[in-house]
Ligand binder design. Structure first.
Ligand code: IPD
Ligand code: CA
Ligand code: CA
Length: 252
């Protein structure tokens, strides 16, 4: 599989170049989906189409669960499945031209094999899984520190924090501070990098698949807010955290 993973990394870099070229032309076409802040652009669709057509050639009989183009549900997870978020943090891409990423999660018989979080503008890649290990910018990567809530930064989906869902105000007071980047993939990358102790959100499978595979391979926790396994089926309230912070949040 390592050869295939290398090919996937090459595809991600190619997709990143496509994104940068499109942004440079300054004619991003933005439309809304479920609400005025749920955005999709021509770039999201371009990246998903590019990745799907290339991955189809690379991995025979691959199935897809992906955010755009009506691929948002998959009942049969047998064989190999790629979960794709072509641009995670579309609002950031449109409004800031930074702080967004491309997310891929490869499953085999519904078991996470390898996740990829590619931060496009800074050209940083976190990838890996339970068999191959985890790599950050091509360096082998381990869990940094198992910090508790009191010793680190916590992050939230902004609605969860604004509306004080899941005692988020109380949790934020226990932590050393709060951060909200508006990009689930980068929040999960920051947990892997040791920059956050926890992230609480309400996510779809394509938002968490890559991060879950990588964080679990590092020995970190990604579960529903009641401590169950995420289902890969629809939106779920979830926690990604260091083992210590996860336990503290569950007991709070
Ligand atoms: C969104 C971002 C955001 C999270 C939302 C997601 P998108 O993804 O990850 O941080 O709070 O729930 O939908 O729409 O930019 O791919
Ligand atoms: Ca997206
Ligand atoms: Ca997303």
């Amino acid at each position: 599989m390592e050869k295939i993973y290398r090919e996937i990394i090459h595809l991600l870099h190619q997709a990143g170049e496509l994104v940068k070229e499109e942004l440079a032309q300054q004619d991003v076409v933005v439309s809304t989906k479920s609400s005025r802040s749920d955005l999709v652009t021509n770039i999201d669709k371009l990246v998903q189409n590019y990745l799907m057509s290339s991955l189809n050639v690379l991995i025979p009989n691959l199935k897809f669960l992906a955010e755009e183009n009506g691929l948002t549900e998959l009942s049969d997870f047998s064989g190999k499945v790629m979960v794709i978020d072509p641009i995670d943090g579309t609002n950031n891409m449109v409004l800031q031209q930074k702080d967004f990423c491309i997310l891929l999660g490869l499953y085999e018989e519904k078991i996470g094999r390898c996740g990829f979080i590619y931060e496009v503008m800074g050209n940083h890649l976190l990838w890996g899984g339970p068999e191959i290990g985890v790599f950050y910018d091509d360096q082998p990567w381990q869990m940094q520190k198992d910090l508790s809530l009191e010793d680190g930064l916590i992050s939230f989906n902004s609605k969860i924090f604004r509306e004080n869902i899941l005692k988020s105000h109380e949790l934020s007071q226990r932590a050393l501070g709060i951060r909200m980047t508006g990009c689930a993939g980068l929040e999960m990358m920051d947990i892997a990098l040791g920059n956050r102790v926890a992230y609480i959100s309400n996510l779809q499978p394509w938002d968490y698949a890559a991060g879950q595979i990588i964080l679990e391979a590092l020995g970190m926790k990604v579960r529903t807010i009641s401590g169950k396994s995420l289902s890969l089926n629809g939106r779920e309230l979830m926690i990604a955290a260091t083992p210590k912070a996860y336990q503290e949040i569950l007991e709070s």
